[in-house]
Design a protein around this ligand. Structure first.
Ligand code: BDR
Ligand code: CA
Length: 311
């Protein structure tokens, strides 16, 4: 299995991404879950991460709380999408599992130094504040990262929080800039991919039909989460953004993309947080990321449903 650290701001779609990873021990070893402020403030993302690990029946998972605000800006949250708690929808018990004492940033640094170089993959599902802070504090870790597989950005689909920016990148553009320049191999799941991973009615029914607490909770999470995209955009269902990251770690062939240059806008008020992706390679800027463009959505949902059924 590939060793990963999940860096997350749950979030219903983050929750499904974590469940998919925890359900797949033959493919993924979760070294730890690190939380960051994003969809909701840090105390809630940390609480939600604990709820999700308990729902998975894996209270032994190590959870580390990280940065509570972006590097250089006030936090922007997304209760309008995820609800007041960040995990609205299912009614789940208050968690009792512990949070580790260590700060998430130090856990990321120590783990990358302790494990063999090139053996740990980072899976960021929220703003990139923890990862950027770790890189700033310990630049030596960049060359030890196997891969950073992240959800963020957009190209054709452009933006979901401003006309030109995707939420995770917009919330901490300075952190994103640092991460995209760090030299580690980066794989990006932008809105162009995640807006094709839609929980349609039959896909939601398939979660519910698992007949398990996890299947029920995931169906209720996506019911809640979808009302936003459905009402606002007439979309067929909730886009499962973050599970694309953990699905990629398990089955990379579900996705297709291009190795290109991606730069992050940090100066313009108008286009702050835009991922300027050189899809057509019109510049000679060096490629720094594999930017995905398409997904085998049926294959993705088949994998997800089968794996969730194991929990
Ligand atoms: C991203 O923003 C969050 O609201 C989701 O959890 C996902 O990580 C989508 O833009
Ligand atoms: Ca997220």
């Amino acid at each position: 299995p590939r060793k990963i650290i999940i860096d997350t701001d749950p979030g219903q779609d983050d929750a499904v991404a974590i469940l998919l990873a925890l359900a797949s021990p033959e493919d993924i070893e979760v070294l730890g879950v690190t939380t960051v402020a994003g969809n909701v403030p840090l105390d809630l993302t940390t609480r939600n991460a604990r709820i999700v690990c308990e729902l998975a029946g894996k209270p032994e998972t190590r959870i580390f709380a990280g940065c509570d605000a972006p590097l250089a800006r006030p936090l922007v949250t997304a209760e309008h999408v995820h609800g007041k708690t960040g995990l609205d929808g299912p009614v789940l018990p208050e968690p009792t599992m512990p949070v580790a004492d260590q700060h998430a940033v130090d856990f990321i640094i120590d783990t990358l130094r302790a494990e063999a170089a090139g053996s740990v993959t980072l899976c960021p599902l929220g703003p990139l504040t923890n990862i950027a802070t770790a890189l700033q504090k310990a630049p030596d870790i960049a060359s030890r990262i196997a891969e950073i597989v992240l959800m963020g950005g957009a190209y054709f689909e452009v933006g979901n929080i401003t006309p030109t920016a995707e939420f995770n990148i917009y919330v901490d553009p300075e952190a994103a800039k640092l991460v995209f320049a760090c030299g580690a191999p980066i794989t990006v799941m932008p809105l162009d991919v995640t807006h094709k991973a839609l929980v349609t009615k039959p896909r939601n029914d398939a979660f519910r039909a698992l007949g398990t607490p996890v299947g029920q909770a995931v169906a209720e999470m996506t019911d809640f989460f979808e009302r936003f995209d459905k009402e606002k955009y007439g979309s067929l269902g909730a886009p499962l953004h973050d599970p694309c990251v953990t699905a990629y770690v398990i089955a990379p062939d579900l996705f297709k993309g291009r190795h290109i240059n991606v730069e992050i806008e940090t100066a313009s008020d108008l286009t702050l947080g835009m991922t300027v992706a050189d899809w057509w390679r019109v510049t000679d800027r060096a490629p720094n990321a594999t930017f995905m463009g398409s997904i085998d959505a049926d294959g993705f949902f088949a994998l997800l449903t089968e794996r969730l059924g194991r929990l």
